[in-house]
Design a protein around this ligand. Structure first.
Ligand code: AMP
Length: 473
């Protein structure tokens, strides 16, 4: 759960990187960073907090150059330490290297041990630094960034969409299963790469296409080139991007997220119809689903929970009473819309179950007679090892509870989760092209102690640099 962007544009990049990160803020609120290269020097700035808090106009003015990368962080691997804030920056021989990563490796420990034995030192606890060290080591051996990326991709197991700034060029590569989203756009005087198409929309750039799973893209002052480095027997796009994580207006791997959520709303009604006075969402994550449910059921959509949009980061309140008050500040029920009413309440997912329980209690306190909970994802049964911040099995409410037990514990009148078949149909890929690890406990990569359905990954033979081809949309 992070957002990345890389831009090369003859008109300068710092402001564009800033607005792209702003558009990707939902992918990580812990920290933000930008690195740029002006032809001679690397400029960098990063800090804890939201994009708008980290960067100021003077800081952006100092981030000079026509090539740069940026990152918003939501930690999955590595603690909340200042040295873990990305992009990570290195100087190697004559080169300035900056790197940012979205995803999570599952062979971090093995790789770190291997490189430590070979004499490498690590200054962060992130898997991103491992990617950087493998790359730098391989650039030293082969002299070519492209061949170093190929070598690196042979070694990494996990999910990764990566941007690297090396001198004046931005490189991007995506894991062979295409787990995390990554796409390419055309800016006014150059090209860009970003986690989601919404970053292109924010810059009025033209979305060109997704980075293909296993593909390497290079953008520099000359233009854009690309090459397929690895081809896997299948894809494994993260299903949770469609359910919750991506913005509803993003187009990921050719699919508009809003449409998926709206269609699921229709299917939620078809699978388990209920008579009610109104449909309401848990804003904002449940809204597209609720609109679909209202369309399908012909029950009016009535906003009955208002979200305070200025809440910022959720505080970690020390007592239960304070936590409950924080939920009330974030979401306020409208008694006039709820009194004596039977309401369908739609949200994207139940993880620990604490939010749903509190919201239902608030709605009942505001006078709701019945609360029929409808959820846009199947029950979340297993942890995510591939980049979504998901709790352990013990903390996941549905990992060892049947649907009716979950209903009872969140105090809903009725509860229905969308079926996996309906979710897959709404996304439009076949089931084998999606990572459903959190829903099924079966992962697309080998993970110690877990079930996996893996596939063959073939790499292009020989040197890569000379094979980089022209970009095809
Ligand atoms: P809970 O069941 O209390 O753990 O919270 C579920 C709510 O958190 C849902 O409304 C989701 O929109 C949201 N949510 C789902 N997955 C995540 C996640 N990985 N990190 C943060 N919030 C999430």
């Amino acid at each position: 759960m992070c957002g990345i962007v890389g831009i090369v544009d003859a008109g300068g990049v710092s402001i564009q990187l800033y607005y792209a990160l702003y558009a990707l803020q939902h992918r990580g609120q812990e920290s933000a960073g930008i690195s740029t290269f002006d032809g001679t020097n690397l400029h960098k700035f990063k800090g804890n907090g939201l994009v708008a808090d980290v960067f100021s106009p003077p800081v952006l003015t100092d981030l000079k150059g026509n090539a740069g990368i940026g990152h918003v962080r939501y930690p999955t691997t590595g603690a909340n330490l200042p040295e873990n804030i990305q992009p990570l920056n290195f100087q190697f021989q004559e080169h300035f290297i900056s790197i940012a990563h979205n995803g999570n490796l599952v062979n971090t420990c093995e790789l770190r041990a291997e490189y430590e034995e070979a004499g490498q030192m690590f200054t962060t606890t992130t898997d991103t630094e491992i990617i950087a060290k493998i790359l730098i080591d391989a650039i030293g051996n082969s002299g070519s960034v492209e061949d170093a990326v190929s070598f690196c991709m042979h070694k990494l197991v996990g999910s990764y969409s990566v941007v690297i700034l090396i001198d004046g060029a931005v490189y991007g590569f995506r894991d062979p299963l295409g787990i995390k989203p990554f796409c390419i756009g055309k800016t006014e005087h150059g090209y860009m790469l970003a986690s989601e198409s919404v970053a292109m929309d924010a810059l009025n750039a033209k979305f060109l296409r997704d980075v293909k799973p296993g593909e390497l893209v290079r953008i520099d002052a000359e233009g854009i080139k690309c090459m397929q480095i690895a081809v896997a027997g299948k894809r494994a796009h993260c299903i949770f991007e469609y359910i919750y994580f991506a913005r509803a207006d993003a187009i990921i791997d050719g699919v508009l997220v809003y449409d998926v959520r709206r269609q699921i709303g229709h299917k939620l009604f078809e699978e388990d119809p209920v008579k009610a006075d109104s449909v309401c969402s848990v804003p904002d994550s449940g809204t597209a689903y609720a609109i679909g449910y209202a369309e399908g059921s012909k029950i009016p959509f009535v906003e009955s929970l208002m979200k305070n949009r200025y809440m910022g980061r959720t505080f970690i309140m020390p007592t239960q009473k304070e936590r409950e008050r924080a939920v009330r500040i974030k979401l306020n029920p409208i008694p006039a819309h709820l009194k004596d009413k039977s309401v369908v309440l739609v949200d994207d997912s139940i993880v620990r179950g604490t939010t749903s329980k509190r919201i239902i209690e608030m709605m009942r306190d505001a006078g709701a007679r019945e609360v029929h909970m409808r959820i846009g994802s199947p029950a979340i049964k297993a942890p995510c090892y591939l980049g979504v911040d998901m709790p352990t099995r013990e903390e996941l409410i549905a990992s060892n509870k049947a649907e009716d037990e979950v209903r009872h514990s969140i105090t809903a009148t009725t509860l229905h989760h969308i079926s996996l078949d309906a979710l897959v149909e709404a996304i439009g890929f076949d089931r084998e092209s999606l990572c459903t690890g959190c829903l099924t406990g079966c992962y697309p990569l080998p993970i110690e102690g877990e079930k996996a359905k893996t596939c063959q990954i073939n790499f292009v033979d020989g040197t890569i640099q000379s094979k980089l081809g022209s970009f095809e949309a």
